[in-house]
Design a protein around this ligand. Structure first.
Ligand SMILES: [Zn+2]
Length: 337
């Protein structure tokens, strides 16, 4: 089994102020991690995103604003999202990576894809930058797939809630958005009662977990909620918002995952083949060693083929109560035992 590695050198040109956690070194750690794996890696260069496609997610005025802001020297778009002149190009290629990965996988270039780009995307809103994110890379990929008539499940395991992605698909029944995240934590959204709206009711699922949640409790929630819902939704594609800030060593998150756990979840996604193809896209993750190890585990999981993953059943404390609260709110829409 082979994995496509999609990236672009412009990702390194997007520089942030000294001491900022979302820094260019992250990309080197991730790519190094992927290349150190035993997996057969097929390289692909990310083109700049198609402007019309980008405008299905972001307003023209916002895209132009980011462009001009960068051209004029950059600075802070909000209190934690900084850009330099090179950032606009980086953001265009980050958003263009998903669609080209879709085309390459459809053409049989590899079995799954891993997208290593920055800036990340899941906090970016329709007309504003947020939380280190400029354009919503995964949302662009999902909309591209929708234009091809595909059903898409987005699994967001970044430690933060993907408010931007949730917002785009909140009323869309053809795109399932599932997020596991620490709560309370930035950006403050992603409570259990955010479940989609109108025709999209039930197609947004939030699993908020308290700081200190153990890997066993986290994976128990994954096995109890995410795995059965995705199976029932029966997507053609699974897009993973693959942040690694739920790793035990991450400076911004308080969850307790290890690299191998990202591998297990990636393996689960790969096991949904041949019904679904999988693309994992880098979001957050701010400890370089954890990023390298977790990226390696992810591509090894993605290349794992059919095997079946078993999840812990023992959840404890407030994580257990949260999991039951999520399940309770979803029984109208999904069969969960
Ligand atoms: Zn994050």
């Amino acid at each position: 089994m082979s994995v496509l590695l999609v990236t672009h050198e412009s990702s390194l040109g997007h520089r942030t102020p000294r001491g900022h956690p979302e820094r260019a070194d992250r990309l080197g750690a991730v790519v190094e991690g992927v290349r150190s794996s035993v997996v057969s890696v097929v390289d692909l260069v990310a083109p700049a995103v198609d402007r019309d496609l980008l405008e299905t997610i972001h307003t023209r005025a916002y895209i132009d604003h980011v462009h001009m802001f960068c051209l004029n020297g950059g600075g802070g778009l909000d209190q934690d999202t900084y850009v330099v002149p090179e950032s606009f190009d980086a953001a265009l290629h980050a958003a263009g990576a998903g669609p080209v990965a879709v085309d390459a996988l459809e053409a049989g270039a590899a079995d799954a894809a891993f997208i290593a780009v920055r800036p990340p995307g899941h906090h970016a809103e329709r007309s504003s930058a947020m939380g280190f994110c400029l354009f919503n890379n995964v949302a662009v990929t999902a909309v591209y797939l929708r234009s091809l008539g595909k059903r898409v499940a987005i699994v967001d395991w970044d430690v933060h809630h993907g408010n931007g992605t949730q917002g785009v698909f909140y009323r869309d029944p053809e795109v399932l958005y599932v997020s596991l995240h620490e709560f309370p934590l930035y950006p403050g959204t992603g409570w259990v009662d955010e479940r989609g709206d109108g025709p999209g009711a039930g197609a947004t699922i939030n699993v908020p977990l308290p700081a200190g949640t153990t890997a066993d409790s986290y994976l128990a929630a994954f096995g109890r909620i995410v795995a059965p819902v995705v199976k029932q939704f029966d997507p053609d594609w699974i897009l993973i918002s693959s942040g690694y800030d739920a790793h035990r060593l991450d400076p911004l998150g308080g969850l307790m995952l290890e690299a191998e756990h990202f591998g297990s979840m990636a393996r689960w996604a790969a096991d949904q083949a041949p019904n679904a193809r999988v693309i994992a896209t880098l979001e957050g993750g701010y400890n370089l060693a954890a990023l390298a190890e977790s990226s390696r585990a992810t591509v090894e999981g993605l290349s794992g083929g059919v095997g079946g993953t078993s999840w812990p059943t023992e959840s404890t404390g407030s994580a257990k109560r949260m999991t039951e609260l999520v399940v309770e709110g979803l029984t109208t829409y999904w069969e969960l035992h």
